[in-house]
Write a protein that binds this ligand. Structure first.
Ligand code: UDP
Ligand code: LCN
Length: 819
């Protein structure tokens, strides 16, 4: 593979490509002739490479082309739009960095083109009329961001909080006038109308600075543990209100922190100061689709890791809020509301209850609000792909209930997935509240060419609504929380999920010339953890939940097929290769079954245990799941897997699942996550938390969670033979050296403790809520202008698109959207 050597940072592709092609002009002309020979079309990198191979048969000659600078340019091409005599290239030299050029196949002249021009080339392939329409609708969110500083290096993407602290620092530096916005922010802090931190007495920066000095001197004379109440009166006389701390010591630390920020701001101290401020008490978290409940919901359609993530997130955020509020010297009761839809036909779950306290929290609740249409309340589950017509009304109804429940506005709204993020955007912009978004997964990258093929896919997936809603949410959010770097900006070879929204086109609908910029400092990586009271190492014998062992034994080894398990394991001595996921195509459980079926060495070494879906396709009402169930049965027959495979139906008891991972570890087994693409992969960190060696897909989040060969292994879902052999190699090595299994297990745990805990997450997210709350004040005008553009986009684009999505008629359990 070619490297980037030869391309200086200052060089553009348009500058360097002609020279690079000149060296292999004869072959390049042949290649370009082949590229255009089939007429207008879209080519991916593998097509380009195949055709280069066909055009240049001699390997040495071919190597000359595919190495060096030209090779680097070709290998960095994500796609090429062929419109004879031109070929337009979309070249990604580094995460986030794209260049577009067009090459004339006749004389090999190269010209740099804009993203919009490139998109027009792409549109020529499927909609010439639209591509050549001078007044086609172009969406350009970037124009509103010119006044906002951005990060400039690929390696800085996702560290937004750090950079925003730096940008704030430079804005506030330079004397009293510059620090005025911070003073105004402090003056506005209140809880239910009662001032916090300072009151109007301290209405200039000079007065505040002077009061801070007096207070500091005063506090120095007090014993550290003196409660705030003991000097509250004195503080009030100087213009201070509650919120500085609970003891003389914490108050003094906060005072010093602010004094230093005012004297000479630095980013670290800025973040520290904001982490102490009483800015957040009430949080609303939207997670609308699926069955949102605390029991018996996992494995139901569209209901997976998002629910697990949010319930754990709420606990972590509440713990951190309680800690902070206590340290601030306040006695406020923080409230977190998870707002979801109420499903009257709740299939035995609690999803038909309006209000449900969240277990293991003190003050947090799930609030369920039904979908209402002109025919009344919608009773049944609705696929996440069909949900758009209900969101606006849902948000309005939910807002009323939220304000009532919280007795006021929340301080922070966080959305989850497209639907929740849209609701969060609508509510946040209406009430003027800081907004964070979380995608979990953006569907656009899951389906190849889902932008250009949107018309084909829209009847089934309604991507026109989804991508429009995603654009709205990304742009209205004050900060975006992601689980990994790859989610934003991908890897060296693969664009990130957000990055794929930078420029794209929905021919006939809109051309997005600037959707989202991954260098925007709103992006932050805050990976989740796994609940460590459920997922703890198999070695912690005294904590092991042995009461589950008989049931787990039955689940794994009972020889009779029943409603819960299918297939059996003949040889109990073998370690278990374990996987657990929803039975979606993208989870690739059928792929894993096939790899196992084909690999005799692996079959001799281990048994395969899979927890996924149901066995009876008629029990499912999810389009993809039914097809996957049938495929599983076919594979079990085809490879005669009975005796070596155990297929267990979806398991909803997370407590027992924790023990199941540990029992697999007892067998000296391993967890495998074979997904074609995985946004993050909670099962990966659950397994690692239990000390179970883990082999997981190199496509997506797990590639970042695991350091290959150290804390687990990467496998390539697109190369089954290589992957199944890598798994077999691991077990063979463990057979030769049992210490190897322990080494990988221990390193997996170490990786988790260093990077993937909910405590780290909660600290980061609350800091974001606080700092971005101030950042939005600092950029009020830009925010307002952009908000107006977003509102227009929502009204004239999204609302019309949502009208095209069929509404479910109440009472009928429809699997496909009605036509
Ligand atoms: N899960 C479960 N039972 C199942 C399948 C999955 O409890 O039968 C849980 C699993 O332990 C994890 C979550 O559902 O906590 C799945 O999250 P992940 O991120 O792996 O995938 P997602 O379903 O969100 O795509
Ligand atoms: C959705 C997914 O697809 C998973 O990859 C994540 O782990 C889960 O949400 C939680 O964020």
């Amino acid at each position: 593979m070619a490297s980037g050597s030869g391309l200086r940072r200052s060089d553009t592709i348009a500058d360097s490509m002609p020279m690079a092609m000149r060296q292999s002009r004869y072959h390049m002309k042949r290649c370009f002739a082949t590229f255009i020979s089939k007429g207008t079309r879209l080519m991916k990198l593998h097509h380009l490479m195949d055709e280069i191979k066909r055009s240049i048969e001699d390997k040495d000659e071919r190597d000359k082309v595919t190495e060096g600078l030209l090779g680097f340019i070709l290998c960095s091409t994500q796609e090429a739009a062929v419109v004879p005599p031109h070929v337009a290239f979309a070249i990604r030299t580094n995460p986030g960095f794209w260049e577009f050029v067009k090459v004339n196949s006749e004389d090999l002249s190269v010209e740099g083109i804009t993203p919009a021009e490139y998109l027009k080339f792409k549109e020529m392939i499927c909609d010439v009329k639209w591509a050549t329409d001078d007044y086609a609708f172009e969406v350009d969110f970037g124009t509103f961001d010119s006044s906002i500083p951005h990060v400039t290096l690929s390696s800085s993407i996702g560290n937004g909080l750090i950079y925003v602290s730096k940008f704030i620092t430079s804005k506030l530096a330079g004397g009293s006038e510059s620090a005025k916005p911070l003073l105004d922010f402090l003056l506005a802090l209140n809880h239910q109308g009662e001032n916090l931190m300072i009151n109007e007495t301290l209405n200039t920066v000079a007065k505040l600075e002077a009061a801070l000095i007096v207070a500091d001197v005063y506090l120095s004379a007090l014993p550290k543990e003196t409660p705030y109440e003991n000097f509250e009166q004195r503080f009030a006389e100087w213009g201070f209100a509650k919120g500085w701390g609970d003891t003389a010591e914490t108050v003094k630390e906060t005072i010093r922190s602010l004094s230093e920020v005012l004297q000479a701001p630095d980013p670290l101290n800025m973040e520290n100061f904001f982490s102490r401020l009483p800015t957040i008490f009430n949080i609303v978290i939207f997670s609308i689709h699926g069955y949102f409940g605390q029991a018996d919901v996992l494995g139901l359609p569209d209901t997976g890791g998002q629910v697990v993530y949010i319930l754990d997130q709420v606990k972590a955020l509440e713990d951190e809020l309680l800690l902070r509020i206590k340290k601030q010297g306040l006695s406020v009761k923080p409230q977190i509301l998870v707002v979801t839809r109420l499903i009257p036909d709740a299939r035995g779950t609690k999803c038909n209850q309006e209000l449900e306290p969240i277990l293991n929290t003190k003050h947090s609740h799930i609030l369920r609000v039904p979908f209402t249409t002109e025919s009344g309340i919608l009773r049944q589950w609705v696929s996440r792909f069909d949900i758009y017509p209900y969101i606006e009304r849902f948000t309005q109804d939910a807002t009323v209930k939220i304000l009532d429940h919280l007795e006021g506005k929340p301080d922070l709204i966080i959305g989850n997935y497209t639907d929740g993020n849209l609701a969060a955007s609508l509510m946040a912009s209406k009430l003027g509240i800081t907004q964070g978004t979380i995608a979990h997964a953006l569907e656009k990258t899951k389906y190849e060419d889902s932008d250009i093929k949107w018309k084909e896919l829209d009847a089934k997936y309604h991507f026109s609504c989804q991508f429009t809603a995603d654009m709205i949410a990304m742009n209205s959010a004050d900060f975006i929380i992601t689980s990994t770097y790859q989610e934003i900006a991908g890897s060296k070879d693969r664009p990130g999920q957000y990055e794929s929204h930078a420029t794209f086109t929905l021919p006939g609908l809109c051309r997005v010339v600037s959707g989202i910029n991954v260098f925007d400092p709103k992006f932050n990586i805050a990976p989740p953890g796994a609940d460590q009271s459920l997922y703890f190492p198999y070695t912690q014998k005294q904590k092991r939940l042995t009461s589950f062992h008989p049931a787990i034994e039955e689940l794994l080894y009972n020889n009779q097929d029943n409603d819960e398990h299918f297939g059996f394991l003949e040889d109990r001595q073998k370690p278990i290769l374990f996987s657990m996921a929803r039975l979606d195509i993208v989870k690739n459980i059928t792929g894993l079954t096939e790899w196992y079926g084909k690999n005799k060495r692996l079959r001799d070494l281990v048994n395969l245990v899979i927890v996924a879906g149901f066995f009876d396709p008629s029990k499912s009402n999810d389009r993809e799941e039914m097809a996957e169930i049938k495929k599983m049965h076919n594979l079990i027959d085809k490879y005669q897997l009975k005796g070596q495979i155990r297929w267990i139906a979806a398991q909803n008891d997370r407590v027992r699942n924790g023990e199941l991972y540990r029992c697999i570890a007892d067998s000296k087994g391993a967890f495998v996550q074979p997904a074609l693409y995985e946004a993050f992969g909670l099962t990966v960190i659950e397994a690692m938390n239990c000390g179970l060696p883990t082999l997981a897909t190199n496509q997506g989040g797990p590639a970042e969670i695991i350091v290959d060969g150290v804390s687990g292994f990467h496998i390539d879902p697109n190369n089954g033979d290589e992957s199944s052999n890598k798994i077999a190699d691991f077990f063979e090595k463990c057979k030769e050296d049992p210490g190897y299994w322990i080494k990988i297990s221990t390193s997996g745990l170490q990786r988790i403790y260093e990077c993937y805990t909910w405590k780290i997450y909660a600290t980061k997210v609350l800091n974001m809520g606080s700092i971005y709350g101030f950042w939005r004040q600092l950029n009020k005008e830009q925010k307002l202008a952009k908000q107006r553009y977003i509102q227009m986009f929502y009204s004239i684009q999204f609302k019309n698109l949502a009208k095209n999505v069929p509404i479910y008629s109440d009472g009928t359990q429809t699997q496909e959207p009605p036509t």
